[in-house]
Design a protein around this ligand. Structure first.
Ligand code: OFO
Length: 170
């Protein structure tokens, strides 16, 4: 059984993961409007992944006999001044999510909730990847500056990303 404190924190994390999905979908729409289809694809796949993050916690709460409470999802921004600014915002968002996951892990330790602690370890590892993948693109965009041919090259690269649900459930 989940303690009240853990249940509340997990419900908040479900909301944060859905917000992540919303934020990346907003970034995808921004890139669509700029006709950067590869960037838009990358962000769209990212949004799909975030939904699986939310559902992973949702399913865990249900499995532990807890009550999932869905909350209002905050409206994300719609505009960024450049691909670099959007990816910097994505990276900063991931750093924030890592902080939330770490707090949850601390809470699970305080509450001596080993099962929740265990479930959260997947997220601890995932956040290392999430920060690394957004930072890699930030660094590439910084190197290019305003070179539009380079941006189009990255756009082609980001078009290759595919959503693979199997990766998300392992
Ligand atoms: Fe981007 O990892 Fe979930 O929120």
């Amino acid at each position: 059984m989940l303690s009240e404190k853990i249940l509340e924190a997990l419900n908040e994390q479900i909301n944060a993961e859905f917000y992540s999905a919303y934020l990346y979908l907003a970034m995808s729409a921004y890139f669509e409007a700029k006709n950067l289809k590869g960037f838009a694809n990358w962000m769209r796949v990212q949004a799909q992944e975030e939904t699986t993050h939310a559902m992973r916690i949702y399913d865990y709460v249900v499995e532990r006999g807890g009550r999932v409470k869905l909350m209002v999802i905050e409206q994300p921004p719609a505009e960024w001044s450049s691909p670099l600014e959007a990816f910097e915002a994505a990276y900063n968002h991931e750093v924030k999510i890592t902080g939330m996951i770490n707090k949850l892990v601390n809470l699970a330790m305080e509450e001596k909730d080993h099962a929740t602690y265990n479930m959260l370890q997947w997220f601890v590892a995932e956040q290392v990847e999430e920060e690394a993948s957004t930072d890699e693109i930030v660094q590439k965009l910084k190197m290019l500056g305003k070179d539009s041919r380079g941006i189009l090259m990255i756009d082609r690269e980001l078009a290759q990303r595919v959503f693979s649900p199997a990766e998300e459930v392992k």
